[in-house]
Write a protein that binds this ligand. Structure first.
Ligand code: BG6
Length: 498
């Protein structure tokens, strides 16, 4: 694992799957931020790298009447700004020639009927991927509209060879278990579960996928990956940015619903799961669900002891510039108690990890942007050596950095040269030294959905189980006995975790 060392061994699992054929990709929310910043730049990179069939078509639907040329021009600017590879005009022109804007109202059957007509017109790709990049209240109505126009797949036999119709659903997927369940039932009424692709963009990140490779493609880590050797696991997704312009959504959500229920829970599942029987979607997702089922149903008092929620107040950035407090942000209720920081210490009560604390922390307006998983191993007994200040030796740790500086570190204790003392050292593997730019999460997820691979998408029972955990936490916090969130100044280090 020495930095830069390359054994020349390669095993490309992706290249083993057949290249997907042409598809009609319909983006609902075609004028929205997600389409501009993520979806279209991802499609551009996929086409450029030969991972999107050149005969595919992209139909972006939006409510506004727009001039198609101006619309494409807006997308070109967005792709130039947000694509990780910059803009190659020839490659963009190839994509732009495949993009069409369709004005339509998500609440009106006319939009779905027109899509059905387009799909059955000569020369149209037969297969279709519908991307719901719209607000969550519209997930259900859009699925229903598609199904009513004959574009759903509920009740289809798995061996049916008719052209595929797949549905990508963005987050937030519900706001508690009951609403997620209701949405699952509504979507499953229109599409077969195997055709529903619920997004958690963290699963598309290269470094998150590497967690599975690291654990199951190596023999050195797996024997240590249990309660006998692991003392504690820390999972952080910390952000420097405040909530920006998203106050309207965020104030009704908070850090637990916005981040913990999805991204942190996914990182927890991948860290704690058992080796799956195979790499197929169901085997992997079954193991993740087992992790969620192994989290004890803590009582509200217990959860209050194990958790901390915080809210940022006015502060300053590293350069001393003033930063607004959460309650001063646009569209935040005065006196809001919504948390912008959440920490939770839990256990995964199974044979592998019983008794090992997993500490999850996430927050906004902090002094750093970092997402990482730290697996801290038990310290050696202090019989022979001590730490540099006469204290116990530090633990060995495996640190998986998801962003920025993607890579991993293995920390260990080593002799200080020329002195009879111990200090901490690290072996480091950096992704940036292997590749100039890592594929964006949305590229991977779109490519997988086009290939029909749902491994990196969330299954219905998974989302409901994750909500059960967050529901209990919300209930504990809502109790009048619960203290209001602790205030931390914007731009400061995260509050101490429980
Ligand atoms: C989103 C959350 O799902 O993830 C945002 O709604 C958050 O609040 C974002 O900022 C973080 O994603 P990333 O990829 O920037 O770490």
């Amino acid at each position: 694992m020495r930095e830069g060392m390359d054994t020349g061994l390669r095993c490309d699992l992706d290249s083993e799957r057949p290249a997907p054929g042409p598809a009609m990709i319909v983006v609902f929310g075609g004028t929205g931020d997600l389409a501009r910043r993520k979806i279209v730049p991802a499609l551009y990179n996929l086409l450029r790298e030969g991972r999107l069939h050149p005969d595919s078509r992209i139909l972006c639907a939006g409510r506004r009447a727009l001039d198609p040329r101006e619309y494409r021009e807006g997308l070109r600017e967005a792709a130039a700004r947000f694509s990780r590879t910059g803009l190659d005009p020839a490659a963009w022109d190839r994509l732009a020639a495949r993009i069409e804007y369709r004005e339509g109202d998500l609440d009106s059957p006319a939009l779905y009927d027109s899509l059905a007509r387009t799909l059955s017109s000569p020369g149209s790709p037969a297969d279709a991927l519908f991307y719901l990049a719209v607000s969550p209240e519209q997930f259900g109505p859009a699925a229903r509209g598609l199904a009513r126009a004959g574009l759903g797949t509920a009740g289809r036999h798995p061996d049916d060879t008719a052209p595929y119709r797949r549905l990508i659903v963005e987050k937030p997927f519900g706001r508690d278990r009951a609403s997620a369940r209701a949405l699952n039932l509504e979507l499953q009424d229109c599409f077969a579960e195997r055709d529903i692709f619920r997004i958690d963009h963290y699963l598309g990140k290269e470094t998150v996928q590497n967690l599975l490779y690291l654990r199951f493609a190596n023999s050195v880590f797996e024997p240590l990956w249990n309660r006998r050797y692991v003392e504690r696991v820390e999972i952080d997704v910390l952000e420097e940015e405040g909530i920006g312009t998203r106050g309207g959504y965020y104030d009704g959500a908070g850090a637990a619903r916005d981040m913990l229920q999805n991204h942190l829970v996914q990182l927890l599942c991948l860290t704690a799961m058992e080796p799956p029987a195979g790499l197929d979607p169901e085997s992997i997702r079954d193991e993740k669900v087992k992790v969620l089922k192994s989290i004890p149903a803590y009582s509200p008092e217990e959860l209050r002891r194990r958790s901390l929620r915080g809210q940022y107040g006015a502060g300053s950035d590293a350069a001393g510039r003033p930063l607004r407090g959460y309650r001063e942000e646009d569209r935040v209720r005065p006196g809001s108690r919504t948390e912008t920081f959440a920490a939770l210490r839990l256990e995964v009560d199974n044979w592998r990890f019983a008794g090992v604390p997993f500490v999850l922390r996430t927050g906004k307006a902090l002094d750093r942007r970092v997402s990482e998983i730290r697996v801290l191993f038990r310290r050696p007994p202090g019989t022979l050596f001590q730490g540099s200040c006469g204290d116990r030796l530090g633990p060995n740790g495996l640190i998986l950095r998801i962003q920025p500086d993607e890579g991993l570190w293995l920390t260990f204790n080593a002799k200080v040269p020329g002195r009879a003392a111990v200090e901490s050292g690290a072996l480091r593997f950096s992704y940036r030294e292997k590749a100039d730019s890592l594929p964006e999460a949305y590229e991977r997820l779109l490519a997988d959905a086009l290939a029909g691979d749902s491994t990196l998408f969330i299954r219905s029972d998974e989302t409901e189980a994750a909500w059960s955990l967050v529901d209990r936490l919300e209930e504990a916090w809502a109790d009048p006995a619960a203290a209001p969130p602790v205030l931390y100044p914007a731009g400061s280090p995260p509050p101490a975790a429980p």
